[in-house]
Design a protein around this ligand. Structure first.
Ligand code: FMN
Length: 411
């Protein structure tokens, strides 16, 4: 059956991924942390914001094209950095990057991916961003920054919300480690998912061997110890503003700070040279009980929206979620699990289907709201069931009128 019929929405892709991938890697991708309060709230928050459409608007010329860092993109999405695509599908990062390129949006490659950044640049191309974790030995992180520069990456994302690993108890229970270790439990898990075992693990074993963190410098690989996924022995818990200054000095292109929820932090990051803030709670994977990025977005747009791009992620599964974030002032939404479900379900075609679903849903919602361009979107199209989600009147989003949209288009 054709993928369009099998996957009408992102939840269908998730279900396909769940059947294909062993429980260990599936839960690592899918779940949150501790009681998963934040994971649930990341979805529930969208229900507390409703649409207020306009009528008698000719929407026949509408387009979901968006401006990200001053350049036009086919839609207001970016594929977020996720370290596991290569465990869900053979060379899954290449599949994701190719799908992003075909859809006309940027792809972000994570530090912890299974495919080297140079290969992704050579073999997939498109607009590539690189995500960096800071390690205790900063020179090792800077080595990655220089490699990304040499490989032609256009933006660097510094993730700052992972100074300690999230408490992912299911990874301990299901025995999912990297490098892979074989226990009776994990062997049964793999053997009962033969399509994944042959198509992913089997192909690695016949080609490059056991999947590994290919972007890590040799010194970092040597320091790696086997442990539950996500518990990198290389994590640092001492990130300071000096670290951002040091990166700003060696990185000549766009710099994004990912994982902020406080407007003061966002403003400080921009003052230290960040070109964009990604408002994120890491998909509810690190600190449980943390607010949803949608709850922080209006304040952050207020604080830095005139000086920097503002991106947002965590919990986005529908085009309507994306439209709500744009109406609150985000320039674009970063998509994590939705495209991972796609790639885990059907490789590049699955990732492409996830992006196609977003494209269709965003266009349909724009029509039903009565808007022709994403720049027209603003809080006037929203009704806040929860008043704390409403932006303050002076916010940039409140000023976003059709005239603003024209000014943006003409600039
Ligand atoms: C399996 C998985 C791995 C991730 N790995 C990284 C990573 O290496 N670096 C990073 O900055 N964020 C990472 N993230 C977080 C995503 O970039 C993004 O913030 C999050 O997935 C957004 O939430 P969503 O999955 O609900 O869209 C990861 C997320 C997932 C689901």
């Amino acid at each position: 059956m054709d993928l369009r019929t099998r996957a009408c929405n992102i939840f269908d892709l998730r279900e396909m991924a769940r059947k294909r991938v062993p429980r260990g890697p599936f839960e690592f991708m899918d779940r949150g942390t501790e009681e998963e309060v934040s994971l649930r709230n990341n979805r529930e928050v969208f229900d507390r914001i409703r649409f207020k459409p306009r009528t008698f608007v000719d929407v026949s010329q509408r387009t979901p094209e968006a401006t990200i860092f001053g350049a036009k993109h086919k839609m207001p999405l970016v594929i977020a950095p996720t370290g596991t695509a290569g465990l869900l599908w053979y060379e899954g990062e290449l599949a994701l990057a190719r799908a992003a390129r075909a859809a006309g949006i940027p792809f972000s490659l994570a530090t912890g991916s299974m495919t080297a950044m140079e290969r992704v640049a050579d073999e997939a191309g498109g607009e590539l961003w690189f995500q960096l974790y800071l390690w205790p030995d900063r020179s090792m992180s800077h080595e990655l920054v220089n490699r990304a520069k040499a490989a032609g990456y256009k933006a660097l994302i510094v993730t700052v919300d992972g100074v300690s690993a999230g408490n992912r108890e299911y990874n301990i229970r299901n025995g999912f480690t990297l490098p892979f270790s074989l226990s009776t439990k994990s062997a049964i898990d793999m053997l009962t998912h033969p399509r994944w075992l042959l198509g992913v693990m089997g192909r690695y074993m016949l080609t490059t061997g056991m999947p590994m963190y290919q972007n890590y410098p040799a010194a970092a690989k040597a320091k790696m110890t086997r442990g539950p996924m996500g518990r990198s022995s290389l994590r640092t818990d001492s990130i300071k503003w000096d670290d951002l200054d040091a990166i700003r000095k060696i990185w000549p292109h766009k710099l994004i700070v990912k994982g902020m929820l406080d407007p003061h932090d966002a403003l400080e990051a921009v003052n230290h040279g960040a070109d964009a803030i990604d408002v994120s709670n890491h998909g509810g994977r690190n600190l449980d009980g943390i607010i949803s990025p949608m709850e922080a977005l209006p304040e952050i747009v207020d604080a830095v929206g005139k000086k920097a791009n503002v991106f947002v992620d965590s919990g986005f599964r529908r085009g309507s979620d994306v439209v709500k974030a744009l109406a609150l002032g985000a320039n674009a939404v970063m998509i994590g699990r939705a495209t991972l479900y796609g790639v885990a379900a059907a490789g590049q075609a699955g990732a492409a289907r996830a992006l196609e679903i977003f494209h269709e849903e965003i266009r349909r919602n724009m029509a039903l709201l009565g808007v022709n361009s994403v720049a027209e979107l603003g809080p006037q199209y929203l009704k806040f069931i929860d008043p704390t989600l409403r932006p303050r009147a002076a916010s940039r989003t409140a000023l976003r009128t059709v005239d603003d949209a024209r000014a943006v288009a003409e600039a």
